[in-house]
Design a protein around this ligand. Structure first.
Ligand SMILES: *[C@@H]1O[C@H](CO)[C@@H](O)[C@H](O)[C@H]1NC(C)=O
Length: 290
């Protein structure tokens, strides 16, 4: 009796193991790892024309990402209510196959992340996708969506002046995608492709200013505004959110390895307990039979 009641709680543990182990390994999917997501509060009805328009929009994003780093779409329905606006933007240094993989991944995640909402955005390391039923295409938006500052570096005037120099070079550089570096200090800026040059410049300047004022002497900084982002890292082990430095990938790999080992051990323990309880029950039955 007691053993039988011990058994059921172990089964969910095994399910958990199966689900987690089927997740993609973050160390092999650097450009596809999650940064942020947001959803509107309003929802659409399942099976509505809006839903089918949204599905065609998401399909368009995936198809377009095989040949372009940016694209925007408007899907018109029979009524004004059913219009869906959407876009994607891949990081400027991604190859086309990587861009397509990233957008495919983002599209498959946003349906789960934003369940039946009329608007949603998902930023992965390598790409952003965004849709809404009100137009935001070509509109500059400097709302802070995600701010992340690393641990303070302590007083290191050389590192900080190089950090400022890298941020200034990003601010002064032209184009939608900008990279800069000085020694270990690396930075990048990316605008969403629906902005014109002036809007992009204005957005990058705002993000650089916010990084300097809000992240102070932080080891790394990420400033994601709605239509552009600026990120920097100063190298070293603390740059978890660093812009694709090899150290950040190694750390993610370590964490997922450790997690996999712990989960694996739990699963083995669970299997042993189930096995032992099965054996002892069948022994009990045998004993009872005689
Ligand atoms: C967006 O969808 C919501 C919920 O269905 C609706 O209330 C709102 O009027 C829609 N906005 C536009 C511009 O259609």
């Amino acid at each position: 009796m007691n053993r039988a009641s011990q058994l059921p709680p172990l089964l969910p543990l095994l399910n958990l193991f199966l689900i987690l182990s089927s997740l993609p390994n973050p160390s092999t999917a650097g450009t596809e790892s999650f940064i942020y997501g947001g959803c509107s509060q309003l929802t659409y009805a399942p099976g509505s024309p809006f839903e089918s328009n949204l599905n065609s929009l998401l399909t368009s994003l995936v198809n377009s990402a095989t040949y372009s780093a940016f694209n925007k779409f408007t899907i018109y329905g029979s009524s004004q209510q059913d219009i869906v606006y959407g876009l994607y933007q891949c990081r400027g240094d991604l190859s086309m196959p990587d861009c397509a993989d990233c957008v495919t991944q983002a599209v498959s995640q946003i349906g789960v992340f934003c369940s039946s909402t009329t608007g949603g955005a998902l930023q992965l390391q390598g790409c952003l996708i965004k849709y809404d039923n009100t137009s935001f295409l070509g509109v500059e938006d400097k709302t802070v969506v995600l701010k992340k500052c690393g641990p303070p570096l302590g007083y290191d005037s050389d590192l900080m002046s190089r950090r400022d120099a890298v941020l200034d070079s990003l601010d002064n550089g032209g184009g939608l995608f900008r990279v800069g570096g000085s020694g270990e200090v690396q930075g990048m800026a990316q605008c969403v492709g629906d902005l014109n040059a002036n809007q992009c410049q204005d957005c990058v300047t705002a993000a650089v200013g916010k990084l300097k004022s809000d992240c102070g002497a932080a080891a790394y900084g990420d400033m994601f505004l709605a239509k552009c982002y600026v990120r920097y890292s100063t190298g070293g082990d603390y740059s978890q959110a660093g812009s694709g430095s090899s150290s950040s990938h190694d750390q993610q790999g370590q964490t997922s390895k450790t997690l996999a080992i712990i989960i694996g051990m739990l699963a083995v323990v669970a299997l042993i307990i189930i096995f032992v309880s099965f054996i002892s029950r069948s022994l009990e039955k045998k004993g009872g039979g005689k």
